[in-house]
Write a protein that binds this ligand. Structure first.
Ligand SMILES: Cc1cc2nc3c(=O)[nH]c(=O)nc-3n(C[C@H](O)[C@H](O)[C@H](O)COP(=O)(O)OP(=O)(O)OC[C@H]3O[C@@H](n4cnc5c(N)ncnc54)[C@H](O)[C@@H]3O)c2cc1C
Length: 285
């Protein structure tokens, strides 16, 4: 024990029910998954932590990864490297790249997907892509559970409520046969000013049957223009001269009128990234 401070008490539930009961009786306790976010940047020899810590790492069912016909189901405490171990052919290129872009291999050995989703200030790496993929989350508390779409979860009043724990993440399998994931910006300074681009598209018999893209900013906001995506879906490829097409205004207008201010340089960068993905689609023919 450090002078004048009691050491935290650490609890090790072995089942989800035990966890929910414990959390109900000690709502101020800290849920500790991989701890990489919790301990990130702490330089003290003895980091100050809440009095009660509930460790999630011994709950086997929270670490399980299952494949069903329609979706991949990942336990909240599955480590990022274990998820990568499923392979790119199952995860598909964008998700594989997105997870692999997080921190270092050593950190990913500890870090969990649930911890990433529940972290209060790290939404830019996986969220843009996971929302495009219609990811759903299971939130449980003592005596109740609910499934919620990740997009809705991001609304504060809808997200994790007191006493709730994220238990499972469902990512539907998809037919997006063209995917890209790119991070730009200063990756050394904690991704300050970084932007995350996620693109997914389905091309069937020279028709762009579905296209979705979103961008994550360092302040955690996510940019997406649904009516622009809708206007492009169903078009025949190749698509040339899109910048001259009235539909393109939907993108440029949204970039200017977005809630967050996007600098002219970034607007150009975003348009450039989008057009280069479109060229990739044209090249698949
Ligand atoms: C060097 C370094 C680089 C990093 N780079 C990135 C990056 O590029 N992108 C990125 O997104 N992250 C990054 N991170 C942050 C972090 O590693 C990841 O977000 C990681 O996935 C967090 O998982 P964890 O299990 O360690 O979470 P923890 O640190 O254990 O928990 C994070 C938060 O989530 C809560 N929590 C955890 N699990 C649950 C649950 N099941 N239900 C409810 N609440 C829960 C915890 O109470 C805590 O508040 C980096 C970290 C380090 C150390």
């Amino acid at each position: 024990m450090i002078k004048n401070r009691r050491s935290p008490l650490v609890y090790y539930p072995k089942t989800v029910n035990e966890l929910l009961q414990l959390y109900k009786s000690m709502p101020d306790s800290l849920l500790f998954a991989g701890g990489t976010e919790i301990l990130y940047g702490r330089r003290e020899k003895y980091p100050v932590l809440p009095n009660n810590i509930i460790l999630l790492s011994r709950i086997e069912e929270l670490a399980a990864i299952k494949r069903s016909e329609g979706y991949l189901e990942i336990g909240a405490c599955a480590k990022l490297n274990k998820i990568l171990g499923i392979g790119e052919h199952v995860l598909k290129p964008a998700l594989y790249q997105a997870i692999k872009s997080i921190a270092t291999c050593e950190v990913r050995n500890l870090a969990t997907l649930g911890g990433n989703i529940c972290s209060s200030y790290r939404k830019k790496t996986l969220f843009p892509l996971l929302t495009l993929l219609d990811t759903r989350l299971e939130l449980r508390k003592h005596g109740g559970s609910r499934w919620i779409n990740l997009k809705k979860y991001m609304i504060e009043s809808e997200g994790l409520q007191p006493g709730e724990v994220l238990t499972r993440i469902r990512i539907p399998f998809n037919n997006f046969n063209n995917q890209a994931f790119v991070i730009t910006g200063d990756l050394k300074s904690d991704y300050h000013n970084a932007m995350t681009f996620a693109f997914i598209a389905s091309v069937q018999k020279e028709v762009l049957s579905d296209i979705r893209f979103s961008i994550g900013f360092s302040n955690n906001s996510i940019f997406r223009v649904r009516d622009f995506e809708d206007a492009l879906s169903g078009r025949k490829l190749p698509i040339f001269g899109l910048t001259e097409d009235p539909v393109y205004n939907r993108l440029t207008t949204a970039l200017k009128s977005n809630d967050i201010e996007i600098s002219p340089f970034r607007r150009q960068q975003i348009e450039g990234m989008f057009l280069s993905f479109l060229h990739q689609l044209n090249d698949t023919l």
